[in-house]
Design a protein around this ligand. Structure first.
Ligand SMILES: *Cc1c(COP(=O)(O)O)cnc(C)c1O
Length: 243
């Protein structure tokens, strides 16, 4: 099967319509579009396409597999393509932390203390601070990664004490549903949890809510998303991997 890649014109069209929909969603709830960062999820896509998206003005890219992402990040670095911000959005195993710290700028998928401590240790070795979000499993689906909502406060209190971590907020992955409206309570739940952390863990500003993907980023923005992670609406459908 051929993985059809969009042409530059098609990619430009896709980006423009995603940005227009972000602006419309923001406007519906009296927010400014500039408050929302578009992370283009480039997982499974070749680096040539990511470079094209960068040429067209995108600056934030999300990847979910360390092994796939590292060569892409290395190529941007090698060619001095800047500015660019890389977001780790997939489940991260502790034994891969050494590869992620120093390559990615954001780790959005921190969901337990030992992982956070490992990131802190490696960041200290490299003398850098790394931006992190705590991934929360709001919907409680067994298949989803993330800390349980009721355990988030305890995790937050510990993670903010790690000096190399710049804790910036929360991330969630909503369940797949047929009607995107069904996920609104999940996004609202993440925002309410964030509001509580602002009061109870004031060491962080908790400024970011990373929520919303191709099928539901409009609703996520209405519910307060500051980061949306959009793959298919920008780069086209992904070919399913055979596990
Ligand atoms: C793949 C992925 C996305 C993007 O999903 P699309 O439906 O392609 O927009 C966002 N977040 C995470 C964590 C992902 O794994």
């Amino acid at each position: 099967m051929i993985n059809d890649l969009p042409s530059q014109a098609m990619l430009a069209d896709n980006i423009a319509s995603v940005q227009a929909r972000i602006a419309q969603a923001a406007k519906r709830v009296g927010r400014r579009p500039e408050e929302i960062t578009l992370v283009a999820v480039s997982k499974t896509k070749p680096v040539e396409l990511i470079k094209m998206a960068h040429t067209l003005g995108l600056r934030n890219f999300g990847e979910n597999r360390v092994q796939d992402a590292l060569p892409k990040i290395a190529e941007f670095r090698h060619e001095s393509i800047e500015p660019v911000t890389w977001h780790m959005i997939g489940h991260l195993q502790r034994n891969k932390v050494n590869k992620v710290v120093g390559s990615f700028n954001y780790i959005q998928s921190v969901d337990d203390l030992q992982l956070a401590q490992a990131i802190n240790r490696h960041a200290a070795e490299l003398e850098l601070r790394i931006a992190v979000l705590l991934q929360v499993n709001i919907s409680g689906e067994a298949s989803k990664e993330g800390v349980a909502p009721e355990e988030t406060l305890a995790l937050a209190q510990q993670v903010v004490t790690l000096p190399q971590l710049d804790v910036q907020g929360l991330m969630t992955v909503a369940p797949q549903v047929t009607d995107a409206e069904e996920v609104r309570p999940v996004f609202r739940g993440l925002r309410l949890l964030r509001d509580r952390l602002r009061v109870e863990v004031p060491q962080s500003a908790w400024q970011h809510l990373s929520m919303g993907m191709t099928d539901d980023y409009g609703i996520a923005i209405e519910e307060g998303a500051t980061i949306v992670r959009v793959g298919r609406a920008i780069f086209g459908e992904r070919i399913q991997r055979i596990p």
